[in-house]
Design a protein around this ligand. Structure first.
Ligand code: MG
Length: 386
């Protein structure tokens, strides 16, 4: 049997969509893991090297690594990342496919078509004929030329090569920062590269609407289970004392007193963090940030939120919504609703529309009613992969 291996490159920083697009959740699993699944569904694929940032290796490595999957850290450039993945593969291979971790809809049929062409001619690139009329723009975006579309193809991945050919190109052009695909390197070595017609559905997740399209396409294949929504609840209370700023939801609210605490006392962020952890079945913030630990004295509660967001990422879970109810006799918080809600959204990396915040008085009853403390309740909804 032909021995095939693959390098899946998922090491990009993906700034266009706010977070690395290879790890955005898609139909119940991170984008790049759909690509991994397609390769693992081919029995002739003996090994897949998943190349990620060191942070994602730490977050996902243990879960993904197996006899057939190596998880390795990427290099400074795309070529560096491909080279690192290549090094993690065995030497006795016929062909190696390089695939983009942001192309989750690749199928075993497309993978095999590129493998067959690589076995025949040495180098194969999945591609589709250009659909739209192409324009070449000159200065001032003035059309300089309308080339004949019929000869233009859009390159995708997998890009699949006989092992020795890829090894040679990687070695010769190891320090090429500008190359956006391996095929350019193989072309420059003077070797012919053949296009293999793939499908338009082998799309690359680049902008948010691509995720919607990809989810619909996966559903049409009967794949992907909808993530299960889970609800978590959190509560916190802090004493109001003189001489401290009043921090609520990450913003300072004008008042003569502030909340006492081992941290900055932000009861809203604490309750919200506990709600999110609750939805994930991850206990509470006191476990990772014990109040007895002097390292966390005066800690900015946004650091606690960062810890919680990292837990979400590691589980490929998505925070959908937070609702917060403050209990405060004074100060009156209604004038600060919008500022607090906008901050809460920003701190948890949520759109403003997915956060709700309100406050109640305690009708003069008890300690809360005497303005000696502020309490906060929070409910969070989290989509956890099925
Ligand atoms: Mg607290």
């Amino acid at each position: 049997m032909t021995r095939v291996a693959a390098v899946i490159v998922a090491a990009g920083s993906g700034t266009r969509m706010g977070q690395p697009k290879q790890f955005l959740p898609l139909a119940g699993r991170p984008v790049c893991e759909w690509a991994l699944k397609a390769f693992l569904d081919c029995p002739e694929v003996v090994k897949v090297a998943m190349v990620m940032t060191p942070e994602n290796v730490a977050a996902h490595g243990e879960r993904l690594a197996s006899e057939r999957v190596a998880v390795v850290a990427g290099g400074a450039t795309r070529m560096g990342s491909v080279a690192n993945g290549f090094k993690a593969l065995p030497a006795d291979l016929d062909v190696v496919a390089v695939h983009d971790g942001a192309r989750p809809l690749v199928t075993p049929a497309v993978i095999r078509a590129t493998v067959e062409e690589a076995l025949r001619s040495g180098a194969a690139v999945a591609a589709v004929p250009a659909k739209d009329t192409l324009k070449r723009a000159g200065p001032g975006r003035v059309v300089a030329e309308t080339p004949d579309r019929s000869s233009f193809w859009q390159a995708q991945t997998p890009q699949t090569y006989r092992r020795a050919l890829l090894a040679e190109a990687l070695e010769r052009f190891a320090h090429e920062a500008s190359a956006t695909d391996e095929s350019q390197l193989v072309e420059r070595s003077g070797h012919k590269v053949t296009l293999v017609e793939a499908g338009y559905e082998n799309l690359k997740i680049t902008t948010p609407e691509d995720l919607v399209t990809a989810a619909a396409l996966l559903a049409s294949r009967g794949e992907g289970r909808a993530p299960a929504p889970r609800t978590g609840f959190g509560y916190d209370i802090h004493r109001l004392v003189e001489g401290r700023p009043l921090l609520l939801a990450g913003v300072e609210v004008p008042h003569t007193k502030g909340l006492l605490g081992h941290s900055d006392g932000d009861a809203v962020l604490h309750a919200a963090c506990d709600a999110v952890l609750g939805a994930m079945g991850e206990g509470e913030i006191g476990i990772a940030f014990p109040p007895s630990d002097p390292r966390f004295k005066g800690i900015d509660s946004k650091k606690i939120v960062e810890h919680v967001l990292a837990k979400l990422t590691a589980k490929a879970a998505v925070l959908e919504h937070i609702d917060v109810a403050l209990v405060a006799e004074e100060p009156k918080l209604r004038p600060h609703y919008e500022r607090m809600a906008a901050s809460l959204a920003a701190v948890f990396a949520l759109p403003r529309s997915r956060v709700n915040l309100k406050a109640k008085s305690h009708e003069g009853l008890g300690e809360l009613g005497r303005g000696e403390a502020i309490a906060c309740y929070a409910v969070a909804t989290v989509s956890v992969p099925g």
